[in-house]
Design a binder for this molecule. Structure first.
Ligand code: OGA
Ligand code: MN
Length: 300
C-alpha cells in the first residue's frame, strides 16, 4: 500500500490514493495522513465504503477523541443514535425527504454560511471527516477556503493589528442572521465560546485566520468596529483564489482541518433529491500521538 497525494489547488487540498481507510492502522500510514493534513488541510479520498462504526473507528485512530456537540443537540435528537455521528442529510427519521418547513431542514441550510465546525464550543472541532452515502444528481458541492493562504496574503500592518485579538463565536448569532429565533432555554445552552482570531498551527508553525459566520464580535472592541472587521476578513478570506470546490461522489470521504479552513455547502434541489452524508469531528485538544517526532516549523 503506497499512499500518494495529488494537489488539487495552488494553495491547499489534495486527493489521496493508495489507501483503504478501514484498514489504515499502521502508525506509519496514520502519520503520513497527518503529515498530509498539515500540508494540504483538506484531503479527498474516493471509494471508501465505510459503515458508521468504521467511520467512527477510523476518526479516533487518526486524531483521538471525538466531538459530541458540533451540531444543535439543544434543538434536535440525533437520528443516528450516536452524538459523535452528525447527520448531514435532508431526510427525517423515516428516511423521507424533510418537509420544507421542518425546523431541522431550515437549520441545516445554515451550513451554506462560511463556517468552521464547532467554533461555538470549547474545545472546538479539529478534523472533520464527511462521508458521502447518497448524492443528488446535481449541485450540493462543498466549498473550502484556505485560512493560512488568506492570512499570508494580509499586509504586515493588518497582521500586526490582528495579533492577540479574541473572538466570540456563537451558533445562536449565526442562525439569527438567517432569521432564526431561539427560546430562552435554547439560548442558555448556546452561550458560545471565545477563540483567538489568529492561530498558529502547532506542527507546521504556520498562522491561520480563525473565522466563521459564528464569529459574533471581537472581545474588547466596540461592537460595530469588530463586526465590520470580521465581515471584511471573511470577505477577504473567501475570494476565489483561496477556495477549492469539491464535487461529491457516493463513497467519498473528505477530511478538513477546522483550525485553518472554512467551508460551506452549496444549493441543490433539496425538496426533490435525497442527500445523505455522515460527519465525524475530533476534539481540538492536544493529540496523544504527541506530535514530537514530526517536523516542526517546517517552511516547505
Ligand atoms: C458539515 C458541512 C457542508 C455540506 O458537514 O460540517 O458543513 O456541503 N457540510 O454538506
Ligand atoms: Mn460544517
Amino acid at each position: 500500500m503506497s499512499i500518494s497525494f495529488r494537489g488539487l489547488h495552488p494553495h491547499f487540498a489534495a486527493e489521496v490514493s493508495g489507501v483503504d481507510l478501514r484498514e489504515a492502522r499502521a502508525p506509519a500510514a496514520l502519520d503520513r495522513l497527518r503529515a498530509g493534513m498539515d500540508e494540504y488541510a483538506v484531503l479527498v479520498f474516493r471509494d471508501q465504503p465505510f459503515t458508521d462504526a468504521e467511520q467512527l473507528a477510523f476518526a479516533q485512530r487518526l486524531d483521538g477523541a471525538l466531538h459530541t456537540k458540533t451540531g444543535i443537540s439543544a434543538l434536535q435528537k440525533n437520528r443516528l443514535g450516536d452524538e459523535a455521528l452528525t447527520d448531514i442529510s435532508n431526510v427525517n427519521e423515516r428516511g423521507e425527504i424533510q418537509q420544507r418547513e421542518d425546523r431541522r431542514r431550515e437549520y441545516s441550510l445554515a451550513n451554506r454560511l462560511w463556517h468552521t465546525d464547532a467554533s461555538f464550543q470549547d474545545p472546538p472541532g479539529r478534523y472533520s471527516m464527511l462521508h458521502a452515502r447518497v448524492i443528488p444528481p446535481a449541485g450540493a458541492d462543498t466549498e473550502f477556503a484556505d485560512m493560512r493562504a488568506a492570512y499570508d496574503a494580509l499586509d504586515a500592518a493588518m497582521k500586526a493589528r490582528l495579533e492577540g485579538l479574541r473572538v466570540h463565536h456563537s451558533i445562536a448569532y449565526s442562525r439569527q442572521t438567517l432569521g432564526f429565533d431561539f427560546s430562552d432555554a435554547e439560548k442558555a445552552q448556546l452561550q458560545g465560546a471565545v477563540h483567538p482570531l489568529v492561530r498558529t498551527l502547532p506542527r507546521s508553525g504556520r498562522k491561520a485566520l480563525y473565522l466563521a459566520s459564528h464569529a459574533s464580535r471581537i472581545i474588547d472592541w466596540p461592537l460595530p468596529d469588530g463586526r465590520l472587521l470580521l465581515r471584511d476578513l471573511i470577505e477577504h478570506a473567501t475570494q476565489r483564489q483561496f477556495v477549492h470546490r469539491h464535487a461529491w461522489r457516493a463513497g467519498d470521504l473528505v477530511i478538513w482541518d477546522n483550525r485553518c479552513t472554512m467551508h460551506r455547502a452549496t444549493p441543490f434541489e433539496d425538496g426533490r433529491y435525497q442527500r445523505e452524508l455522515r460527519r465525524v469531528t475530533t476534539l481540538d485538544v492536544e493529540r496523544r500521538d504527541a506530535d514530537a517526532s514530526s517536523a516542526r516549523g517546517g517552511t516547505g
